[in-house]
Structures are given as structure tokens and as C-alpha cells.
Design a protein. Sequence first.
Length: 305
Amino acid sequence: MGRKILWTNETLGAEALKYGTRKEFQKAKAGAYRSAYDRGILDTICAHMSYINKPWTDKQLRIEAAKYTYKVDFIKHSSGAYQSARKKGILEDICKHMKPLRIVYTLEYMIEVATPYTTRGEFSQQERNTYAAAFRAGVLEVVCEHMEPVPVKWTHANVVEEALNHRTRDNFRLASGGAYNYALLHDITEAFTHMEDGVNKSTNDILYFYNSKEYPSVYKIGVTSKHLGTRRVHQVLREGGLTLGNTLKLYEVDNAFRLEIALHKIFKLNNFPFPVPFSGSTEFYTLTPKDIRKVKNMIKLEEVK
């Protein structure tokens, strides 16, 4: 592994002079580019460069995306087109020819993916696997240090506003745990209504508890709506490449959200780190027979008779 370069404003300026465009600079020296961006001197040291800020048409975006086999290369080599496509809502469509990539989540890679985003909500929504990997590796603060800070004092209003940035409860929990917990503890159900796995649309909530054949001692604890049945269970198993094990329990309880967060807090240290994160992967816990009895006893207290 090479030595990390300690950039100064002077060496960053000298390095930038070697390139005619920002794209060339970023491609050749990603570390220097990011360092200048973080210090707020990027515009100054790139003032001599050719800079064209033209709007992308849908046709141009499709042509640009067609050059890449993997989405990560699209992000790396044409971040402007990538962001334009995302904002236009056509990103998934123009990237559907791209192949899935078994990614090694190095710190350099995660920083590179995170750089185009200005908020954690945006980052977690668009790049949820990379966000989850950074979270699990304990480097989320480093990866997101260039982003706008999130509010530290949550209210009903800004929790609902923050929730709108997330498509699923899993994204919401990862990106903004404080807001997520506030919503659960204060029964702000409207924060979840737009989400794919949002609030229960039945009279009572369902808390589910199951394991997989691949990891029999690892259990998923989550919530769903009564009318969805086991749909969410099988969706998570499918995304994780898992097969349902010998345990699948669905309990109708008075307040599944509060019970879920209580159980997650109790077993926080037992959280199971999947090698490759997927939607719902943060809610799996390694449990002993004694732990399982504790889960069932807590559920029994809240179960609807």
C-alpha cells in the first residue's frame, strides 16, 4: 500500500495546473480533487480549466450511459450525466443494460461513490448498499464529511420532511437514525405512509421473526402490515439470496414499531454483519435460545388477544 499524500493548498494548486479540465483532474488524482473540494478551494485552483456546463438531453444521457457496463464506472467517469439522469428520474431506465458488480467496499471506493451527493438522505436513497457498507465499517462520518449536516433537534414537522427523502424504512433508519427513532417513539405514522414497507394499513401491526437455512442462528426482527402477509419476509430473503429456515412467526401486536425498536436496542451488540448489505439486512441478529425466549416473552406482553 502506498503512502498517503498529505496535501497542502500549495501542492494542490500545483497539481491542478497539470490538467485542462476538472474531469481530467478528478480522474487522475481523486484524492487531491476531493481534498480541494473539502477545503473549499476547488473553484480557485481550477479557475484556469475549461469548464462547460451544458444541460443534458434525455437522448445524450442514454448515449452516455451506453458507454458503461457498470454503474460505478458511470458515476466515476461521468458524474454530471449520472446526476442529471437521477434528477430527471430516468437513471434506472438508462442503466438497465448494466451488469451487477460484486463490489469490494474499500474506503476509497465508498468516498468516490458518496462525493456527488450533498446530503446523507440522498446518498442512502440512491446508493443504499454503499451507505450500509460505510455504516458497518464505522467510516460513515469520513465518507459523508463533505455533506450538509443533518438537524440535531427533531420535531414532528422536520421528521416528516426528512422521511420524504427515503423510499423504505431501512433507508430511513440507516440515513437518519435520530429522525427514525423519533418517529417511532412519538407515533408519527405519516412519516412512513409513502414508503414501500411503511406503516400498517390494518387495525393492528404485525411483528415478524424468522431465520434462514444459510444462517440458522441469525434472526430477522421487523414489522409489516397485516394485509401484506409474508410478502416483506420473502422480499428480504430474495434480495439477500437466502432461503427461509425453520422459524417464521408473525405476531399481531398493539404497537409493532415500538416493540421493534425496543428489541433492536436490546440486541444491538448481536447485529449480524452480512458481507454484502441488502435491503433489510440491518435487522438481523445472532440469537441464543435464551435470547429467543426473551423475544417471545416481550412479544407475548404486547400481543393482541
